[in-house]
Design a protein around this ligand. Structure first.
Ligand SMILES: NC(=O)c1ccc[n+]([C@@H]2O[C@H](COP(=O)([O-])OP(=O)(O)OC[C@H]3O[C@@H](n4cnc5c(N)ncnc54)[C@H](OP(=O)(O)O)[C@@H]3O)[C@@H](O)[C@H]2O)c1
Length: 276
């Protein structure tokens, strides 16, 4: 039986990929640091381990899917894996978006992603790199789901009126379909693809649609930017909002738009419109 190694199988993209691999006839070896807590399913063997401490694999895999941290994966792969193995690895459009961020930690992260891509491209002849935009659909993401949690808790949500930067949220199931399609389209070997969602909309519209799905729908307040900055400062100092930096605030006003055409042409990528 053909064997697939899945890294990040417990994450949002990995969980969507698992059943697709099984129904495509793959025996899946899924690595998790929390293997004992993972749901059992026929065709899937959970192995306890991490990219820093990989377990011994019972069979050599024909294909490796990386749905976890790309930098750790690239280091492990460059040192351990067979160059001939087919690899489908998820990176991120953050590589492009954050390379010139005003936030040093974000610039560092983008640089690590770029190094990881370069390392993998050098080490693997059978590589396809997939770079999603903002991922949603599993309830596990830290962007739209976080907005839902905050808005539900407070019954309202605020945004600056200037938050009109364009976004292309991508559904997790479309990403899993893309990874499977790459497996069956050799043209994707040796190539990298940006994977935006099927609809481009501005930040305010994106949040408005998210809030419309909550019952009762929280009120959305559109406020002048200085007012929003003051509210944000208050929320941060009182510990109500963590991890939201000024670079993120600036990005709400920037268009983060990517081209899906190469993926459409090479493996029939067809992401859905945004229906949160
Ligand atoms: N979320 C987004 O909006 C987004 C956007 C663009 C790109 N991406 C990229 O897409 C990929 C998947 O993202 P995701 O959101 O689906 O992931 P996720 O839900 O955050 O899950 C991360 C996965 O990585 C695994 N993992 C973390 N550290 C590990 C380590 N040291 N060794 C082995 N496994 C490790 C975790 O497994 P255990 O905890 O079970 O060990 C988990 O399955 C990542 O490369 C991410 O950067 C995500």
């Amino acid at each position: 039986m053909k064997t697939a190694l899945l890294l990040g199988g417990s994450g949002q993209i990995g969980q969507a990929l698992l059943p697709r691999l099984v129904s495509d006839g793959w025996q899946v070896l899924a690595v998790s640091r929390r293997a004992a807590q993972m749901p059992q399913m026929p065709g899937v063997e959970w192995l306890q381990g991490s990219l820093q401490q990989m377990p011994t694999l019972p069979h050599p895999p024909e294909v490796i899917f990386s749905c976890g941290p790309l930098d750790a994966f690239s280091l492990w792969y460059a040192q351990n894996a067979q160059p001939a193995v087919r690899v489908i690895a998820f990176g991120s459009t953050s590589l492009k978006v954050k390379q010139d961020s005003t936030d040093a930690a974000e610039r560092e992260m983008a640089a690590r992603l770029a190094q990881a891509e370069t390392r993998l491209i050098e080490a693997c002849a059978g590589l396809t790199l997939l770079r999603p935009t903002l991922v949603y659909g599993s309830g596990m993401d830290k962007s739209l789901t976080r907005i839902v949690q905050l808005a539900t808790r407070h019954g309202r949500f605020a945004l600056p009126r200037t938050a009109l930067g364009l976004r292309q949220p991508v559904h997790v199931e479309d990403l899993a379909d893309a990874a499977m399609a790459c497996l069956h389209h050799e043209r994707s070997i040796g190539r990298s693809y940006d994977l935006p969602g099927g609809e481009t909309l501005d930040y305010i519209d994106m949040v408005r649609r998210v809030l419309a799905n909550i019952d009762p729908a929280p009120r959305l307040h559109l406020v002048p930017l200085p007012v929003f900055s003051a509210l944000l400062w208050l929320a941060r100092t009182s510990g109500k909002v963590n991890g939201f930096n000024n670079a993120m605030l600036a990005r709400m006003q920037q268009d983060l738009v990517f081209d899906s055409q190469p993926a459409r042409e090479d493996f029939g990528y067809a992401p859905r419109a945004f229906r949160p």
